[in-house]
Design a binder for this molecule. Structure first.
Ligand SMILES: CC(C)(COP(=O)(O)OP(=O)(O)OC[C@H]1O[C@@H](n2cnc3c(N)ncnc32)[C@H](O)[C@@H]1OP(=O)(O)O)[C@@H](O)C(=O)NCCC(=O)NCCS
Length: 150
């Protein structure tokens, strides 16, 4: 699997991946395109066999990284794609001397919560009625070990 910077030509595939997960807050092609103007923003694509398997977007706001969106296509689930995208984000965090990575996840999204816990994130807070004025968001954080940033 190849993890690389996203290109304009990827955005249609990203949007299709989003809509394949009903209820997931979608950015749409325009949303990804708008990120190109944000100098803090990094969007990465996971590519497998020439196909776009997933994406991640995060902002580097030193000393913090904010993970904004992450999704994997239905045909590629449970093959380590999301984990590889998170791994690359952690490399960016370390190289940019960031101390922590923060994200919000729907409290009912057990799969994503399991993924984040496995990658070293812990729940540090909760925002009630965050999604569609019903589901709460869990705030999760990964503090970078000192040796990662030296
Ligand atoms: C959550 C999501 C990104 C996971 O992508 P993925 O590529 O399938 O995840 P990985 O294969 O890297 O999973 C790594 C580990 O995370 C955990 N995990 C991932 N998905 C899981 C699920 N549905 N249920 C339980 N554990 C899960 C497992 O521990 C897994 O390891 P294992 O397969 O060896 O058991 C994917 O299901 C998705 O795109 N969901 C819709 C969008 C979304 O919810 N994004 C997160 C937004 S905050």
């Amino acid at each position: 699997m190849l993890i690389r910077r996203a290109k304009k030509e990827d955005y249609a595939a990203f949007a299709a991946i989003e809509t394949a997960h009903p209820g997931y807050p979608a950015w749409g092609q325009n949303g990804f395109e708008a990120e190109e103007k944000n100098r803090h923003s990094v969007t990465l694509a996971a590519e497998e066999g020439g196909a776009v398997a997933g994406f991640i977007n995060f902002w580097i706001l030193r000393p913090q990284v904010q993970l904004n969106t992450l999704a994997v296509g239905k045909d590629f689930l449970r093959r380590g794609t999301a984990s590889a995208l998170i791994g690359k984000m952690l490399e960016y965090a370390a190289k940019n001397l960031c101390r922590e990575i923060d994200l919000e996840v729907n409290e009912n999204n057990a799969g994503a919560i399991a993924l984040y816990r496995r990658r070293g994130f812990e729940v540090v807070g909760k925002r009630p009625k965050f999604y569609n004025n019903t589901d709460a968001a869990l705030l999760m954080r990964r503090v970078m070990p000192v040796e990662d940033t030296l």
